[in-house]
Design a binder for this molecule. Structure first.
Ligand code: AMP
Ligand code: MG
Length: 498
């Protein structure tokens, strides 16, 4: 090998998941992808991992993250898990197209690195083990967009593409996303062992999660109970973030729920545009199980599945359910109220905030303005305005309504509420801008980047990524990314196909 191809020194792997017994996974190498090329790279994730700069532009970079060449110290494996899909027990699933390369430990923590789309595994269940470029770009961009928004999520280091055809509804091309997270354990990882009555493995998994990620649970009177409560609390906080930003996951099956409370497995996700609480972002979700408004209930239902799996550890079904009931609702409710108060510019809590937040959602539901633009425009309005000036001053918000009188009436209640907890305009407006993103990953934005990337122009992926890193900043040069979907995007649909 000539000198420029020699890899720079990489941080050492510390493969804690691979140290679990063999029953938890199958060791196997990714399947090579011919002639891979780099579609997008997240510098921020490279830095989190402590990857040397020289690696990013290295001629072997695409080969390494397509899975064609093994990273020194990696110990690739596919993990087994089960789960409930669309409310029905689906039995064994597992990493059907994901290879965990291993973990790195550095000053920023412990990071597992996973290739998604790198070929078949024993858990592929007849499918091809591949992911298409379209869904890989969506996962890459949304992981990083969510991180930019400050929402717990798995991260993505890069997307590697190849011309290899992959058959979905149409023939598309293959890609591999490198995902990065402290861990990829799912609710379904626990359900798997509970369903098989393999209590030794169940306990082993719980202890692994506690010792690796949640050492504070170890000192609790009952560490497994503490872990279950921790998962319920973090899940409640996560869903509150989703609801506040208008994010819809689309496939909240228990195998897509992270035990660490991260947003996991980006598929047919969406961000709310014209507000409708009943919106279903996943075209394959016929009954709207995973609609926007159902997300908090579904998360709780999923937690009950997890609690059921914990019964052998806690010895008592009542106790397992109580761990959810005493954690989830409060975590969700309190976090959601805090986030909505921030979005509305309410400085301190008042007893009737819940009612005011409810009235705000009723306004949105009736008049359907764009969810993101509504709150961003609200962020620039003054707390008080003289009557003759009002229509002009409030125009950025009023113009989003056909029924301007309805907007005016709500604004009057908002201003009355602001007056009860006064906050200088400039300070409040800055705080509101920091709570109300200008930029979210709208489907049409992803679609433009995907179409260009399919034609081998990857510049739009990079530009969009750079914008979504700073979603709360004005970024006048990127203002077009804050726009409503153009007419051509009206029929865009996303489904489970990926
Ligand atoms: P998902 O709906 O993407 O979360 O996937 C559910 C299950 O199907 C998981 O076990 C995936 O690994 C598996 N799966 C999805 N797509 C594929 C594919 N193209 N090849 C192999 N397994 C897949
Ligand atoms: Mg999944």
């Amino acid at each position: 090998m000539n000198a420029p191809d020699r890899l720079p020194d990489l941080p050492p792997f510390d493969n804690s998941f691979a140290a679990l017994p063999d029953a938890f996974y199958t060791r196997l190498d990714p399947q090579p992808l011919p002639d891979p090329y780099v579609v997008g790279v997240s510098d921020e994730v490279a830095e989190l991992l402590g990857l040397p700069r020289e690696l990013l532009g290295h001629p072997q970079f695409a080969e390494l993250f397509a899975g064609n060449r093994r990273l020194p110290g990696a110990d690739p494996l596919a993990a087994v898990y089960s789960g409930h899909q669309f409310g029905v027990w689906a039995g064994q699933l597992g990493d059907g197209r994901a290879h965990l390369l291993g973990g790195l430990r550095n000053a920023h923590g412990h990071w597992e690195i996973q290739l998604k789309g790198a070929g078949r595994t024993p858990y592929s269940r007849g499918a091809d083990g591949r992911a298409v470029l379209r869904s890989s770009i969506r996962e890459f961009l949304c992981s990083e967009a969510m991180a930019g928004l400050g929402i717990p999520t798995t991260r993505a280091l890069c997307v590697i593409g190849a011309d290899q055809p992959v058959r979905r509804e149409m023939v598309e091309t293959a890609a591999v996303v490198t995902r990065v997270a402290p861990g990829f354990v799912r609710f379904g990882s626990f359900e798997h062992w509970a369903a098989r009555r393999r209590i030794g493995e169940l306990r082993r998994l719980a202890d692994y999660v506690i010792d690796t990620f949640r050492p504070e649970c170890r000192t609790a009177a009952n560490p497994h109970d503490a872990l279950l409560r921790d998962v319920a609390t973090r899940t409640g906080e996560l869903i509150a973030h989703w609801m506040a930003v208008g994010f819809m996951h689309g496939v909240m099956n228990t195998d897509n729920m992270s035990i660490l409370g991260l947003t996991l497995d980006y598929g047919p996700f969406g961000f709310m545009e014209a507000f409708d609480a009943g919106h279903i972002c996943n075209h394959s979700d016929d009954h709207g199980r995973y609609s926007y408004r159902n997300q908090p209930h579904v998360a709780q239902w999923n937690l009950y599945c997890l609690a059921e799996a914990f019964v052998p550890l806690l010895g008592d079904a009542e106790a397992a359910r109580a761990a959810i009931d005493e954690s989830y609702g409060d975590a969700f409710g309190q976090t959601f109220e805090r986030l909505m108060r921030a979005k509305l510019g309410l400085r301190d809590a008042q007893p009737d905030d819940e009612a005011f937040i409810g009235a705000t959602f009723a306004l949105l539901q009736e008049h359907r303005p764009d969810y993101t633009l509504f709150f961003r425009a609200l962020s620039q309005l003054p707390a008080a305005v003289d009557a003759p000036e009002r229509a002009k001053t409030d125009a950025p918000l009023r113009d989003q309504f056909v029924d301007r009188a309805a907007c005016d009436a709500w604004l009057a209640t908002w201003r009355a509420r602001l007056a009860r907890t006064p906050w200088p305009d400039a300070e409040r407006q800055a705080a509101m801008r920091a709570a109300n993103p200008k930029y979210v990953l709208r489907n049409w934005l992803a679609e433009v980047a995907i179409r260009r990337a399919s034609a081998k122009d990857f510049s739009e992926v990079a530009r969009l990524l750079a914008c979504l890193r700073r979603p709360y900043d004005e970024q006048p040069d990127n203002a077009a990314y804050a726009a409503l979907p153009p007419d051509w995007a009206n029929g865009l649909q996303v489904s489970c196909s990926s």
